[in-house]
Each structure stands twice: as structure tokens, then as C-alpha cells.
Design a protein around this ligand. Structure first.
Ligand code: ADP
Ligand code: ADP
Length: 229
């Protein structure tokens, strides 16, 4: 069974005054195999965020289907949602919460009892143990991104989805984030990431799907795709 199965997925945003809006996804189908790092590559405006937001339950698709770990996002949205952790592009934290509190609150949101939470362990995994009690507003951009990853893993999802994790970050931080993603994958987490950097997809991903103007134009193991270039 694939980690994620997407069939003929379509999204047309609502237009002005009843006019048809932007066709952001136009019949996209692919599987994300379990255990892989899967890259969704494409230029700005290709439809990558739309696809991620549909999986996250934040945007309603207009056609097709998506299953996450076997759970259909329409028929079984709660279970489907529990199978993924989403790392959004935008960093949004209350500046006066600490990393530990951010993770504890997220645990509470998922109904995880205090004793079953793994906040300390997650902080260690993203190398933030020494920032446990610092205000979020004092963290560097890189630390905030790492905290976002820990937050997405609070409910121990088998799939982690990162939307443009390294957009606008410097080389050093990019390397750190790559290492973190690789590390999580080695521990068994299936990773899906979107990017518009070919180099990033090549370095990191087992398989790459390319999306352009809402259509899937390639879907291959990375070494085959790179061999073609
Ligand atoms: P990407 O993440 O690949 O940059 P997006 O999924 O953000 O692409 O956008 C795909 C297309 O859909 C773009 O043309 C974008 O302008 C349009 N779009 C995205 N969000 C909305 C929205 N909320 N309403 C209308 N159009 C949108
Ligand atoms: P609901 O499922 O009740 O609609 P929301 O989507 O409003 O919940 O999310 C509430 C909070 O939980 C937000 O902080 C949101 O970022 C976070 N959240 C929801 N789903 C996930 C997820 N799969 N991974 C990480 N954070 C999530």
C-alpha cells in the first residue's frame, strides 16, 4: 500500500462573480511509496502548495481523490489527517511561548495525555533541547523551522510533509534541514517535500514528481530523472 495515493486530483479556485477561477490542479495522479523521500518539484504557481493544502485538509479539492495511509480524505478526514504532519511554509508561533510549550500545546490539541507526550524527545531530535524554555521570539529563523518540524511530529505521524522547507534560507541552514529530514526518514518516516530547487530534489529525494501549470509532467526515481538531463 502506498503512503499517499492521489488520483485525478483537480482544483479550480472560485473566480470573481461566478466566473471560473484558476485551475491550479488538472487531473494529477501519483503514489508516494512508503519509506521514501518524495520530492514534488515545480516552478512558482505550479500547484504544489494547493496539493499540500488539500492533503492537510485546508483546501477543498474539486475533483478526484486522495488517500493517506489508506484513509480517504473525504470519507475519513480525521484518520487521514492523523497520518500526516504538515510543516507549513509560513512560520507562525506565539512569540511568548517556549518551544516546550509549543509542543505541549500541540500534544494537548491532539488529545495526547501529559505522560504520553514526547516533547523533550522531540526537542532533542531537532537539536533544540537547550532552547526548551526560551521565548519563541528569541529563536533564530533556523531554530523556528526546526521547531515547526518537531511540532508536525507531535502526533507521531508516519508521513511528514514539508512545503518549501528551504525557501529563502542560507546554505548552512539548508544543510541542517536536509540532515534533519534524512534523519527522520532513516527512523522510518515517509517524507514528502515541495521545492523549486532541482538541486535540492536531486540531493535529497528517492523519487521526484514534476508538476507544471497544474499537470504532472514526470514521476521517476531520482537517478533515472538525473540520467535523462
Ligand atoms: P505553488 O505552490 O507551486 O507555487 P500554488 O498551489 O500556490 O503553486 O498556486 C497554483 C495556482 O493557483 C497559482 O496560479 C496561484 O495563483 C493560484 N492560487 C493559489 N491559491 C489561490 C487562491 N486561494 N485563490 C485563487 N487562486 C489561487
Ligand atoms: P482541526 O482539525 O480541528 O480543524 P486545525 O486544522 O484548525 O484543526 O489545526 C489546529 C492547530 O493544529 C493548528 O496550529 C494547526 O497548525 C495544527 N495542525 C493541524 N493539523 C496538523 C498536522 N497534520 N500537522 C501539524 N500541525 C497540524
Amino acid at each position: 500500500e502506498p503512503a499517499i495515493a492521489i488520483r485525478d486530483l483537480t482544483k479550480r479556485y472560485a473566480g470573481e462573480k461566478g466566473e471560473p477561477g484558476k485551475l491550479a490542479l488538472d487531473g494529477v495522479s501519483f503514489d508516494v511509496p512508503q519509506g521514501q523521500i518524495f520530492g514534488l518539484l515545480g516552478p512558482n504557481g505550479a500547484g504544489k502548495s494547493t496539493l499540500i493544502n488539500i492533503l492537510a485538509g485546508l483546501v477543498r479539492k474539486t475533483g478526484g481523490s486522495a488517500e493517506i495511509w489508506g484513509f480517504d480524505i473525504d470519507r475519513n478526514p480525521r484518520n487521514a489527517k492523523r497520518m500526516i504532519g504538515i510543516v507549513p511554509q509560513e512560520i507562525v508561533f506565539d512569540p511568548f511561548f517556549t518551544p516546550f510549550e509549543v509542543l505541549e500545546n500541540q500534544g494537548g490539541f491532539y488529545g495526547i495525555g501529559k505522560r504520553d507526550r514526547r516533547s523533550e524527545e522531540l526537542l532533542a531530535a531537532v537539536h533544540l533541547a537547550d532552547k526548551r524554555d526560551a521565548y519563541a521570539r528569541t529563536l533564530s529563523g533556523g531554530m523556528k523551522r526546526r521547531l515547526l518540524i518537531a511540532k508536525a511530529m507531535v502526533h507521531s505521524p508516519p508521513i511528514l510533509v514539508l512545503d518549501e522547507p528551504t525557501a529563502g534560507v542560507d546554505v548552512e541552514l539548508r544543510r541542517q534541514l536536509w540532515e534533519l529530514v534524512t534523519d527522520l526518514n532513516r527512523r522510518g518516516v515517509t517524507v514528502v517535500l515541495t521545492t523549486h530547487y532541482l538541486e535540492e530534489a536531486e540531493q535529497l529525494c528517492d523519487r521526484i514528481a514534476i508538476i507544471n501549470r497544474g499537470k504532472l509532467i514526470a514521476n521517476k526515481p531520482t537517478r533515472e530523472l538525473v540520467g535523462m538531463a
